[in-house]
Design a protein around this ligand. Structure first.
Ligand SMILES: Cc1cc2nc3c(=O)[nH]c(=O)nc-3n(C[C@H](O)[C@H](O)[C@H](O)COP(=O)(O)O)c2cc1C
Length: 406
């Protein structure tokens, strides 16, 4: 279950252009995660958007003034609210509010609440023009906030708000990334069983070239790998994610490396293997490759009738042989006799777990959003999960691994 579910959140809005994204974020928090959200707006924020939309989505009065309230007793409201909240998130956070927090200024409702709350409870998402962001005063303030253990959602580089501003750093990340970070902070408050652990996860297909434009591959989307990687990051792990070619965004909170062929994946995985505590090979590594890939494009008139194939190196097998203390987990795609074939693989490859999926089952494996897997441990005990979203499947897989790790 998401760590965001039912949480009590104070959402601070300061006067940045990215505030329009906060309305949709608020709707997700209250509607999808049943969060109890109190919105606090600075005076400048109210110049960008009225409080009405936030009042509607939160179902509560929006705090716009330190000393006035339509429905509530003002009193020590700013202190009670923060003490009862799980999190105070300022999204977007202007250069001004960041400066105020680092200087300890409390001259309106939001900045006062930010001084009442402990830094560990505060998430700040700076968003501004690139010149403002790179200004040495702003950078000094940000560093000071990091040092004081405020959680910063770093801005992205991309198209900034206006055409004059063009391309640069300072853009507020998209909603999915914001939600990821809020959830991560709340999970950290709760429990981080993978804190301090190095976890390597692979995902996606590999491509084995026939010539420079044709290749052999499979329909793996990479979604399972991304879900496993993001879940591990939320549980506190330092995650290295190695992916074959996919159309997906990199998983949040992970270090991602892109590869194309099975050989490249092998090199990338082996380079990092020694320092890992756990490895999950969720990639659908192609096990065949053309023996003699051609450079350029094979002309239609010279297409050979037969294509000679070789096996690619079995990365899991190599990892199993070189294993020291790592927990090694493989995925197995089987169409027939799934369980016995997977147990054979588990044993011959020296794995700790094997996760079996059958791509021919409805809602199982490859390109879709759901999966239906059976997990088998090294004692050959098996646990079948129902058909679930790949995110839910990833959560269950991590729960099982953590429950039996010791
Ligand atoms: C159209 C417009 C867009 C702005 N966008 C931003 C922004 O994205 N980030 C930022 O830090 N300041 C931005 N500002 C400046 C802030 O609104 C200004 O510094 C204000 O004092 C911030 O007040 P607050 O931090 O109390 O909300 C913008 C101003 C205008 C007029």
């Amino acid at each position: 279950m998401s760590a965001l579910k039912g949480k009590s959140i104070v959402l601070g809005l300061s006067g940045g252009i990215a505030i329009y994204k906060s309305a949709s974020l608020l709707r997700r928090l209250t509607h999808d995660y049943a969060c109890d959200v109190t919105v606090v707006m600075t005076k400048s924020a109210q110049a960008f958007m009225t409080s009405l939309i936030f009042e509607t989505f939160s179902g509560k009065e929006v705090i716009t003034d330190m000393f006035e309230s339509e429905k509530d007793i003002v009193g020590t409201r700013h202190i009670d609210l923060i003490q009862n909240a799980d999190l105070l998130a300022v999204i977007p956070a202007t250069a001004n509010i960041l400066g105020k927090i680092s200087a300890g200024i409390a001259d309106d409702a939001l900045s006062t609440m930010l001084l009442v709350a402990k830094p560990e409870k505060i998430v700040l998402a700076p968003a501004m023009n690139k010149n403002m962001y790179t200004n040495p005063h702003v950078q000094r303030n940000l560093q000071q906030l990091r040092d004081l253990h405020y959680y910063l959602i770093e801005p992205e580089t991309g198209d900034l708000a206006t055409t004059q501003e063009g391309w640069g750093i300072g853009r507020l990340p998209d909603e999915k990334t914001l939600l990821f970070h809020l959830e991560k902070v709340l999970s950290t408050q709760k429990k981080t069983p993978l804190k301090g652990k190095h976890v390597l996860i692979t995902g996606g297909p590999t491509r084995e070239p026939i010539d420079d434009i044709r290749f052999i591959s499979n329909p793996s989307s990479g979604k399972m790998g991304v879900a496993l990687a993001e879940t591990a990051a939320k549980l506190g792990a330092e995650v290295s994610y190695i992916t074959g070619p996919t159309t997906l965004s990199n998983p949040d909170g992970c270090t991602t490396q892109h590869v194309v062929t099975a050989a490249e994946m092998k090199t990338a995985v082996l380079a990092q293997y020694d320092k890992q505590d756990m490895v999950i090979m969720a990639a659908a590594v192609e096990d065949i490759k053309p023996r003699a890939p051609q450079t350029g494009k094979i002309k239609k008139s010279t297409i050979p009738e037969q294509l000679l194939l070789d096996k690619t190196d079995d990365i899991l097998h190599i990892l199993g042989k070189q294993k020291k203390d790592q927990i090694l987990i493989g995925f197995s795609v089987e169409i027939e006799n799934e369980i016995q074939n997977s147990i054979d693989k588990l044993t011959s490859k020296n794995l700790d777990w094997i996760i079996v999926n059958n791509p021919q089952q409805e809602g199982g494996a490859f390109a879709g959003d759901t999966n239906q897997v059976t997990m088998i441990d090294k004692h050959h005990e098996s646990t079948s999960l129902p058909r679930l979203s790949k995110e839910q499947t990833a959560e269950h897989i991590w729960q099982y691994i953590l429950a039996t790790k010791e």
